[in-house]
Write a protein that binds this ligand. Structure first.
Ligand code: SF4
Length: 291
């Protein structure tokens, strides 16, 4: 690969098209990264890839290649602003790879399920604790509040916003190779999809901090300004908070933290998708640069 060129698979090209990423933007980062260089893929059992049976899923190796990319030869993208072909096909959502919760997280999840520390306990259908690889995943992905589907299913990032997040993670080269645990700042859904109140965030934040301490991810990917403000302790807009790598220090952890737009917000403000993709790229680089 020559300087200024980057290789993408057909699947990634489809996601990039959906995200509004054009070749010019790709080329702007191509000189400094091997983002879309496709290394050999690990052998991951189909059951683990599907992740549908708790306990059966194996965690893919960090930094390894998407297995779905093996079938399609990477296509060269030159640093020009030629449009991405319109025939790029949308790919399917990558299923969540799951592990059963270890005992300490099960105990915390039970505490959350019983919690009445704020008024949201009265309006929830059920608490939404988290989902994914619960022990030392590459990333803990932290949203803000459960969505409507989440509230009914007890799982985070269901519905269209979850699909978009999945697409974004694939486009950025994070999925399917990285292991992820998904959760939210609040474990109960506010009625009517309103923004959480400060006292609700204050009541629920200790649960999130305990989750981070027990899950011990390699990095934190924080979606949305409320989750970012809560974890960083900074009152600033998302525009000011995104675009950089922070360090999260707590419970003996010292891990990178990257902030970006929440997918539900991107569904309303599509012009921020390119910025979100850049943030995910930044996150991926932050983890790859760890010793
Ligand atoms: Fe408890 Fe958090 Fe639910 Fe409030 S949102 S009731 S603090 S679990």
């Amino acid at each position: 690969m020559t300087s200024g060129q980057v290789a993408v698979s057909r699947a990634q090209l489809a996601w990039l098209t959906e995200l509004g990423i054009d070749r010019k933007l790709l080329a702007s980062i191509a000189d400094t990264t091997s983002l879309f260089t496709v290394p050999p893929a690990p052998a991951i059992a189909p059951a683990a890839r599907a992740g549908l049976k708790p306990g059966a899923a194996l965690a893919p190796t960090r930094g390894s290649a998407p297995a779905s990319d093996q079938a399609a030869a990477p296509a060269r993208v030159s640093p020009t602003s030629r449009p991405i072909p319109p025939d790029a096909q949308p790919a399917q959502v990558i299923p969540v790879v799951r592990q059963p919760l270890p005992d300490n997280l099960t105990a915390l999840a039970e505490s959350v399920a019983q919690c009445q520390a704020c008024g949201l306990h009265a309006v929830r259908h059920q608490t939404v604790f988290g989902d994914g690889v619960a022990q030392a995943p590459d990333w803990m992905v932290i949203g803000e509040v459960p969505g409507d589907h989440d509230d009914h299913l007890g799982l985070p990032f269901q519905g269209k916003a979850g699909e978009l997040l999945n697409h974004m993670l694939v486009a950025a080269g994070i999925l399917p190779s990285a292991t992820l645990f998904y959760t939210n700042l609040l474990k109960c859904r506010p009625k009517g999809a309103r923004a959480p109140k400060p006292e609700e965030i204050e009541a629920c934040l200790p649960f999130l901090r305990q989750q981070i301490a027990l899950v011990r991810p390699a990095g934190l990917l924080v979606l949305g300004w409320q989750a970012a403000q809560a974890l960083l302790g900074q009152r600033a807009s998302l525009d000011r908070l995104r675009g950089q790598v922070y360090r999260y220090h707590d419970a003996g952890l010292d891990i990178p933290l990257v902030v970006t737009h929440h997918p539900a917000s991107l569904m309303l403000r599509g012009h921020f998708k390119a910025a979100a993709w850049q943030d995910l790229h930044l996150a991926r680089q932050a983890l790859l640069s760890l010793p």
